[in-house]
Design a protein around this ligand. Structure first.
Ligand SMILES: *Cc1c(COP(=O)(O)O)cnc(C)c1O
Length: 396
């Protein structure tokens, strides 16, 4: 297997690059996959080498070949200046905020933000002297009206992972960059395969790699990609200063997930849309929240900027008791009830975001449920839900 120079590698199409990236059999005794290299200490042959830190790897927290293999694949997908990894998706949200914000700064955060990120913004950032305010996810170019002289960054997430509200990322980027304000985005829903965040100007793009990258519900990992070398340097300095590292086993498993991510999402996207469309036809359902559906208020934005959809969406039921919802969900055989998503298995989860939103209150009248569609046969999933709706009606 001949090793391609970087310029030739860059000419390959994305699918091919995802198969090749971070893989050099010469480095792994000829085996296809990179070796899992564990280690803290690196031994230097001589004192001179040690004093000059003359070695490809210098210490476990400063780089590791298994993690580098993952970073190569991540860079290929994200298309930015550099990627960093950490031990959870939540940390991938909080660390870049720590890296770019200073005391006295103001941060704007979408009201549809992933709730634990919101928790960090409410609990930790004020203690660091950072002022946080929440904005309507649909604000678009009007974000400019919320900028203060000390606004340093805007946090975006599109679509939000409970209500699936879309955001006009390009409009927010234009307004922010006109004021030297950074745009950060939690791009977990679309993944870089379906939303090329850096191409649209997002400065720092975050993934809960726990979801579709890892893809098998067996790894916790976060990734952070920087659009420019300057930002990458700033993030990297924060990573080094904080001592952030991941286990090589997790790097290996995430890399293995990434090799098949195209294939999984190619199956899960139409399955998600088909299930969402099916829910729309159900008499028990008031509304389906999925930006790939033409009926969704975010559909035009999704169609304009996204090239695909993942398989996570939500429904609002017509008003019914939580007891009836429990009867529906508890009896499901194929849908597990649990947080997280992006694995090969289907999930269903009740949620209520009305209690904690501050900038806007979604006007739900009935209970809301989030679904993740896995790789099961869709007719089996429909039959399971059909029986669930029968239990819901019987308990209503
Ligand atoms: C799950 C999730 C995270 C956090 O990922 P963890 O690995 O579970 O910490 C962040 N953002 C979004 C949108 C998520 O769904």
């Amino acid at each position: 297997m001949k090793k391609l120079p970087p310029s030739d590698f860059a000419q390959l199409r994305e699918k091919t690059r995802l198969v090749l990236a971070g893989r050099d059999p010469a480095d792994s005794y000829g085996f296809v996959n990179p070796a899992i290299v564990r280690g803290s200490t690196v031994i230097y042959p001589t004192m001179e080498d040690f004093l000059a830190r003359k070695a490809r790897y210098t210490y476990g927290t400063h780089g590791n070949p298994t993690i580098d293999a993952l970073l190569a694949a991540l860079n290929t997908m994200e298309g930015g200046a550099g990627v960093l990894v950490c031990s959870s998706g939540l940390l991938a949200c909080t660390l870049p905020l720590l890296a770019v914000l200073s005391a006295g700064d103001h941060l704007l955060v979408t009201d549809s933000v992933y709730r634990p990120t919101r928790n960090f913004c409410d609990k930790m950032l004020p203690r660091m002297g950072v002022e946080v305010s929440y904005y309507d996810p649909a604000i678009g170019a009007d974000i400019a009206t919320l900028f203060k002289p000390n606004t340093r960054a805007v946090w975006t997430e599109a679509p939000g992972s409970q209500t699936f509200e879309m955001q006009d990322i390009p409009a927010i980027v234009v307004a922010a960059h006109a004021r030297d304000v950074l745009v950060l985005m939690d791009n977990t829903w679309a993944t870089p395969l379906f939303f090329d965040s850096h191409k649209f100007g997002v400065d720092i793009s975050v993934q809960a790699g726990t979801k579709y990258y890892a893809g098998h519900s067996d790894v916790l990992i976060g990734t952070v990609s920087a659009r420019t070398p300057e930002l990458y340097k700033q993030l990297n300095e924060a990573w080094q200063a904080l001592g952030v590292i991941i286990a090589p086993e997790d790097a290996f498993l995430t890399l293995r997930g990434i090799r098949t991510m195209h294939v999984r999402l190619k199956e899960q996207m139409p399955a998600g849309i088909e299930m969402a469309t099916w829910f729309e036809s159900r008499p028990e359902v008031a509304r389906v929240m999925h930006p790939a559906l033409p009926s969704d208020p975010g559909h035009a934005l999704w169609k304009r900027n996204f090239t695909g959809a993942s398989s996570l969406f939500a429904i609002e039921l017509k008003p019914v008791s939580m007891k009836a919802v429990g009867a529906m969900l508890d009896g499901l055989v194929l849908f597990g009830m649990g947080a997280s998503w992006g694995g090969y298995e289907s999930l269903a989860l009740p949620f209520d975001c009305r209690a904690y939103r501050t900038a806007t209150k979604p006007g739900f009248e009935g209970p809301t449920i989030r679904f993740h569609i896995g790789l099961e046969d869709i007719d089996d999933l429909k039959a399971d839900l059909e029986a669930g709706f029968a239990r819901l009606r019987a308990a209503a």
